[in-house]
Design a protein around this ligand. Structure first.
Ligand code: PSV
Ligand code: MN
Length: 388
């Protein structure tokens, strides 16, 4: 897409969802560092998400994790979000933090535990009804640590049963996104370890079920853009959990570890028409900011996705196609690298001016004094974190 007006229109229409849990305190199993100004409840997390949107203009929704974001009245939380200029996005059920789930949730050998997990998933669809959310994002920590611990096949059957029950509960435009993860917390066999497993379950279920690609959930060296292109081509790419990693599921800021990979992913999205809302691809972040200040880290992350998208939009698709048809290996590579090596920051600055926001979102946020204000205001109570 060479025409810069068309590029700017596409960027202006892009939507990137922030995760509520990235605004709370987080850490590793060694230490959770607390930060001043941490939100203390779902309402303050929504406020922080609204701040990210205010400075970027392209992050108008926030995903919730239940029960971390449990409130008495989800419709009221949705109204609060609307008053702040954003909406509530994907609902992420949490079936991994209770003692009952030691041997898994929906794949647990104990039918009573499976019933409890399924009950929570169905409750989360009720939450979606109240918030107007389209997507139920499912991630299961289920798996086994030792060979022979449980039947791999039986666990797949239990998973199918639960997914089917949830699928049948969906109405309207509601969808189910099934996330996969190679390992962790299970170390021997994860029950949904890869895109193939997720894809197979989604195909069994029907068109409302799609695969969720978390960029940190693969073996090192995996060609993620291939997975993206394949799923998009089959109309089964439900969306992303963007983050970046050096080693495993590091949950660092997207585009920080490997901006070239992010560009390659976004190029497959652009070439496969995945930016078109009709393609139904949800662009979401899933990160933890253990040592860096969170609101600016999320602003940075949104900008990184935007920069990668801008570069992907600059790929000369016609020239690329011609090189491909001519078998011109170097020519095709040059088309890609020309786009990747373009400095898109001036184009994005112009776009932001057109949108009526500061061309330098991070600088504007730093100058705003917002961080000091929330640090002064949010005293008392319990800072949100995993489990709150
Ligand atoms: C699991 O590692 C995961 O990526 C899932 O999306 C969870 O919901 C999220 O992280 C929790 O932080
Ligand atoms: Mn994730």
């Amino acid at each position: 897409m060479a025409d810069s007006q068309a590029v700017r229109a596409a960027l202006r229409a892009q939507r990137i969802e922030t995760p509520s849990w990235a605004f709370g305190d987080s850490g590793t199993r060694f230490k959770v560092f607390t930060q001043p100004g941490a939100p203390r409840d779902a309402y303050e997390k929504v406020d922080d998400a609204a701040t990210v949107h205010q400075y970027t203009g392209v992050a108008p929704s926030v995903a919730l994790h239940i029960p971390w974001d449990k409130v008495d009245d989800y419709a009221a939380l949705a109204v609060h979000a609307r008053d702040r200029g954003i909406s509530l996005g994907a609902i992420n059920p949490n079936v991994f933090q209770e003692d009952d789930y030691r041997l898994g949730s929906v794949c647990n050998p104990d039918p009573a535990v499976r019933r409890k997990a399924l009950g929570h998933l169905l409750d989360c669809v009720d939450v979606m009804d109240a918030t107007g959310s389209r997507d139920l994002s499912l991630w299961f920590a289920d798996g086994t640590n030792y060979p022979g611990q449980d039947s791999i096949a039986a666990r797949q059957d239990r998973l199918s049963d639960a997914l089917r029950a949830v699928y049948e509960r969906l109405t309207g435009d509601q969808r189910m996104l099934l996330e996969y993860k190679l390992f962790e917390p299970a170390f021997y066999a994860t029950d949904v370890p890869d895109w193939g497993t997720s894809f197979a379950h989604c195909v069994d279920l029907g068109p409302r079920a799609r695969v969720l690609v978390d960029t940190g959930h693969h073996a090192p060296g995996t060609n993620i853009e291939f997975i993206v292109a394949f799923l998009l081509h089959r109309s089964r790419l439900g969306g992303f959990h963007f983050n970046s990693r050096f080693y495993a599921d590091d949950d660092l800021m997207v585009g920080a570890a490997d901006p070239f990979q992010l560009f390659r992913i976004m190029t497959e999205i652009v070439l496969g028409a995945g930016l078109d809302p009709a393609a139904g691809v949800a662009f979401m972040l899933d990160q933890c900011h253990n040592i860096e200040p969170r609101i600016p880290a999320l602003i940075r992350s949104v900008l990184n996705v935007q920069e990668a998208t801008a570069k992907a939009l600059l790929v000369d698709a016609e020239a690329l196609r011609k090189s491909q048809m001519d078998g011109d290996v170097l020519g095709a590579n040059e088309v890609m690298m020309d786009a990747y090596n373009t400095d898109v920051r001036p184009l994005l600055a112009r776009l932001r001016e057109d949108m009526g926001i500061d061309p330098d979102p991070l600088g504007a946020y730093r100058r705003s004094g917002h961080q000091d204000r929330i640090a002064a205001q949010r005293v008392g109570g319990t800072a949100a974190g995993w489990g709150a």
